[in-house]
Design a protein around this ligand. Structure first.
Ligand code: NAD
Length: 488
């Protein structure tokens, strides 16, 4: 393997730092070596936390909300200036279509910074008046202060989008941060460090460390006693591990975790819109979005027609190189993750599924055969308690089952350990409101999917998460509120 690949550096205390220990960043498009990533050891993670802590008593601590909003706007502009570099980096790490990276991933990175700049400018505190027992008019108000050092740990599936979703509000609230992106997608985070460096933040306010989870940078970071709060997006199992570590010191945590989301299609839906919507919610980003629908319930009168139409859509999706015109679906994140997805393809057969379409690896006869592709896959015929209907696969796959009654489908949708999102397709708005509130999830979409107003709360129930971020919920998580009660 070539050793001349570029190095991705850590960013600690305002300096870009190499380490002796590196790991390869491999393209899932064609198996090529993209870069060598400098892995932070425990000492370097300690330096990052210490730099972040020191920054809390420097000029950053004296900035006003409005000054921090200006910083966020400068970061947004900095990303925009290097937009195509970010797109190329995201695409190379993940194999997604270039158009998706432009439209969704990097655009949302910019939007996250602008949104939280606006929100922090406008945010006020609580103010209450009351009459005290001695007859005096007492007033109470709250002030927003940073936690101090926030650890941000993010996954590989939407690297830039999910990282900036946390970095922006954490900085808006005056924290300093130590960020650990996924080992599978380290490139846009490194570019972000460059943009932030150029935006003129005081040193130590933003730090980036590279590495893995257990026994590596992720664990070193979460267990560091000077980390005041931890925000994490990733697998439920990892969230549970981090929660144990966070218990030491009773640190605040915010978790956005896994899901096994349902789409529910009633017979009164706009059929074409529902088919297109479910195709999108099952196969976008090769099914590697936490919000993807892996369980689809279709009302019996339209079941056969719906399965046939979704099959046609899945088979019409163009899999290919990220920059191919008209490409719909890229690769999975890695060969290793593809192995996991393929193991579920096998399990589905063992569990008695009918494979309506897909279930295998495409062959291209070119460099992509060294990549990590799978075909979009649809199953029917599994019981609700089958492992393939209960466990998160995180690939371009869904199981479709018929249902007969509203109360029945609500119960079946809720029959899971997860609780992230549901997509509902019906033209009966009364039904939409009635049914939506009965799903035990953090987010319901009606006649749409993955449409986000960033001011709304976002998060999951049950194993899908802890707490809510988004809008003022983010500002609340990334702040300590002090209440001041005054007897004038
Ligand atoms: P993962 O849990 O394997 O890794 C996520 C991050 O945690 C990585 O940076 C990893 O290095 C780090 N990590 C792993 N073990 C750690 C430990 N013990 N201590 C500290 N850090 C550790 O998740 P993944 O495979 O990267 O991401 C896919 C998962 O993320 C899926 O389950 C998906 O549903 C979920 N997800 C959820 C949301 C949401 O908003 N709810 C969004 C995106 C992804």
């Amino acid at each position: 393997m070539s050793t001349t690949a570029p190095q991705l550096l850590n960013y600690v205390g305002g300096e870009f730092l190499a380490t002796e220990q590196t790991f390869p960043n491999i393209s899932p498009i064609d198996g090529r070596l993209l870069s060598q990533v400098c892995e932070a050891d425990e000492a370097l993670v300690g330096r990052a936390v210490s730099a972040a802590k020191t920054a809390q008593s420097g000029p950053w601590a004296r900035t006003s909300a409005s000054e921090r909003a200006d910083v966020l706007m400068r970061i947004a502009a900095g990303i925009e200036r290097r937009f195509e570099e970010f797109v190329a980096a995201e695409v190379a790490d993940t194999g997604r279509p270039v158009e998706q990276a432009r439209r969704l991933d990097i655009a949302r990175g910019v939007h996250n910074f602008r949104t939280f700049a606006e929100l922090i400018r406008q945010s006020g505190g609580d103010y209450f008046e009351m009459r005290a027992p001695d007859g005096s008019d007492v007033f109470s108000y709250s002030v927003r202060k940073p936690h101090g050092v926030v650890a941000i740990i993010s996954p590989w599936n939407l690297p830039m989008l999910l990282l900036t979703w946390k970095v922006a509000p954490a900085l808006a609230c005056g924290n300093s941060v130590v960020v650990k992106p996924s080992e599978e997608s380290p490139s846009t985070a490194t570019l972000l460090a460059e943009v932030i460096h150029d935006a003129g933040l005081p040193e130590g306010v933003f730090n980036l460390i590279h590495g893995f989870g257990p026994g590596s940078a992720g664990e070193f970071l979460t267990k560091h006693p000077d980390v005041d709060a931890i925000t994490f997006t990733g697998e439920s199992r990892t969230g549970s591990e981090i929660m144990k570590v966070a218990a030491e010191g009773v640190r605040d945590v915010s978790f956005e975790l896994g899901g096994k989301n349902a789409a529910v299609v009633f017979a009164d839906c706009d059929f074409e819109a529902a088919v297109a919507g479910v195709a999108r919610s099952s196969f976008t980003n090769a099914g590697q979005v936490c919000l993807c629908s892996e369980r689809v319930y279709v009302e019996r009168p339209i079941f056969e027609r719906f399965v046939a139409a979704l099959k046609e859509k899945a088979e019409g999706l163009k899999i290919g190189y990220p920059d191919e015109p008209g490409v719909d679906m890229g690769s999975m994140i890695s060969r290793q993750h593809r192995e996991k997805v393929l193991s579920y393809f096998e399990l589905a057969r063992e569990e008695g599924a009918t494979v309506v379409t897909g279930g295998e690896v495409p062959t291209f006869g070119d460099a992509r055969d060294q990549g990590a592709y799978v075909r979009p896959t649809i199953w029917t015929g599994l019981a609700d308690d089958a492992r393939c209907v209960q466990e998160e696969v995180f690939g371009p796959v869904c199981h479709i089952a018929p249902f007969d009654r509203e109360d029945e489908v609500i119960e079946r949708v809720n029959n899971t350990v997860y609780g992230l999102a549901t997509a509902l397709w019906t033209q009966d708005l009364g039904r939409a409101h009635r049914v939506s509130r009965q799903f035990h999830v953090g987010m319901v979409w009606v006649n749409t999917w993955f449409l986000r107003d960033l001011r709304t709360p976002f998060g999951g129930a049950r194993l899908s998460g802890l707490g809510r971020e988004g809008g003022r919920h983010s500002l609340d998580f990334y702040s300590e509120l002090t209440t001041i009660c005054v007897n004038p």
